[in-house]
Ligand binder design. Structure first.
Ligand SMILES: Nc1ncnc2c1ncn2[C@@H]1O[C@H](COP(=O)(O)OP(=O)(O)OP(=O)(O)O)[C@@H](O)[C@H]1O
Ligand SMILES: O=C(O)[C@H](O)COP(=O)(O)O
Length: 405
């Protein structure tokens, strides 16, 4: 790693900005946080800074979305997990925020308001431009050092992600370090054969990952499930029925069919597609071979024979990267593909999972201890696995060149 870490800096008595990713599913009607995995994962970094004045910067959702809200509930959640008071300020760079930081003492934690309430944070800017924003200049003036721990947002280039490291000495926090170390193993030391299981609804990301990891030989096989599989069926000329075709259109993925075809043509023996699907027919689960999918029933899971075949394939894999479910697991009748494949993947010597939905199911099934790593990143994890350098990592490296030692 070419960036600084907590081990490289002295924080005693210093004021330290810590950029975290607390962005979590929230029930907008009660402002309740529904999953606190990301909070739990940041606790070690915050605890390691116990001798500093800690100023936490975080975002929740995006402008225009229902769960774009203040961080009051996040402060309560953090207080409970840290077992100590957290001062929440409904301000980011104004006089209230500055006063709260100025009045704090070593050992205190201040949580600033949702940083995406600042219009500047919602701009996608080059790091050097981000460093010049009012937001970054004022935040940097409040502190001596910055710790970047927000792996889940590392694929964005927004001012507090890539601008802050250009404006002040910034090192990676413990979560960031762990994510980079664990996910890098996929490229360096993962036991062979390596199988990528790509499902869920983010078809464009999954197809980009599939193309890259097959081309650079990171993966030996790709198992496609969920909506991603439906796009591969279309690429093979298989009629998946009107409802499943409409879903692909609505999600804006018609253009992905041609890309799936290129992958199938280039790697005919390396792509595993379920031969059987489960559809919803008169409110019941019915299974069909892919050549006889009914025209008016949505595909909501893979069929049982394919679950057995894929589970065998996963059992023969040394490493498994799992991203996205096999079906609409939220409906009990269509959960078996996702549940069984996650169980099979848990037995691999090295198993990594990315994506909030998938990680939540793993926790629900009690499989977490069996996985080598559950990433806090959705988009960030999948982009890392394409082999691209994430903007936040590039900015951390630049910060270390500029300000380190
Ligand atoms: N065949 C299908 N038809 C419709 N929806 C599906 C199908 N298969 C999976 N899904 C849906 O995919 C969703 C999760 O996909 P997504 O790509 O968001 O997963 P993730 O990457 O684990 O989660 P996150 O977006 O939180 O990081 C689930 O809500 C599930 O119902
Ligand atoms: O949950 C995420 O993927 C990160 O917090 C980034 O959020 P965004 O997709 O709204 O930028």
């Amino acid at each position: 790693m070419n960036f600084g870490t907590l081990a490289d800096i002295e924080t005693r008595g210093k004021t330290v900005l810590v950029r975290v990713d607390f962005n979590s599913p929230i029930d907008p009607s009660s402002n309740t946080i529904l999953d606190d995995k990301r909070f739990r994962e940041h606790v070690p970094t915050l605890q390691a800074l116990e001798d500093a004045r800690v100023v936490v910067i975080a975002h929740q959702s995006r402008p225009g979305k229902k769960d774009f809200t203040t961080l009051a509930a996040h402060a309560d959640k953090l207080e409970r997990l840290l077992g100590m008071p957290v001062t929440y300020v409904d301000d980011i760079i104004g006089s209230c925020a500055k006063r709260a930081v100025y009045d704090s003492h070593p050992g205190d934690v201040v949580l600033l308001e949702n940083v995406r309430f600042s219009a500047e944070e919602n701009l996608s800017l080059k790091p050097e431009e981000g460093a010049k924003t009012h937001l970054v200049r004022k935040l940097a003036a409040m502190a001596d050092l910055c710790v970047y721990d927000a792996f889940g947002t590392a694929h964005r280039s927004q001012p507090t992600i890539t601008g802050l490291p250009y404006a002040m000495k910034t090192v990676a926090g413990l979560l960031m370090e762990k994510e980079v170390a664990m996910l890098s193993k996929v490229f360096t030391s993962a036991p062979r054969p390596v199988t990528f299981v790509l499902g869920g609804t983010k078809v464009d990301d999954s197809i980009a990952v599939a193309g890259n990891v097959l081309a650079n030989k990171t993966a030996d096989k790709i198992a496609v499930i969920g909506v991603v599989a439906n796009v591969f069926y279309l690429a093979k000329g298989i009629d998946i029925g009107e409802p499943s075709r409409n879903l692909i259109r609505t999600l804006g993925y018609d253009g992905e069919v041609a890309k799936a075809k290129v992958i199938l043509d280039s790697y005919p023996d390396k792509v595993l597609l379920p031969e059987y699907v489960a559809v919803k027919e008169q409110d019941e689960r019915k299974e069909y071979p892919i050549l006889t999918i009914p025209k008016d029933c949505p595909i909501l899971d893979m069929g049982t024979d394919s679950i057995v075949q894929f589970s065998r394939e996963l059992a023969a894999s040394g490493s498994i990267v799992f991203n996205g479910p096999a079906g609409v697991f939220e409906e009990a009748k269509f959960a078996s593909g996702t549940f069984e494949l996650l169980r099979a993947a848990a037995n691999a010597e090295f198993s990594v999972c990315g994506g909030g939905h998938t990680a939540a199911v793993i926790e629900q099934l009690g499989l977490e201890p069996q996985y080598s790593h559950l990433s806090t990143g959705g988009g960030a994890c999948i982009e890392f696995l394409t082999g691209k350098k994430l903007p936040a990592i590039a900015a951390l490296e630049e910060s270390w060149k500029k300000f380190g030692n």
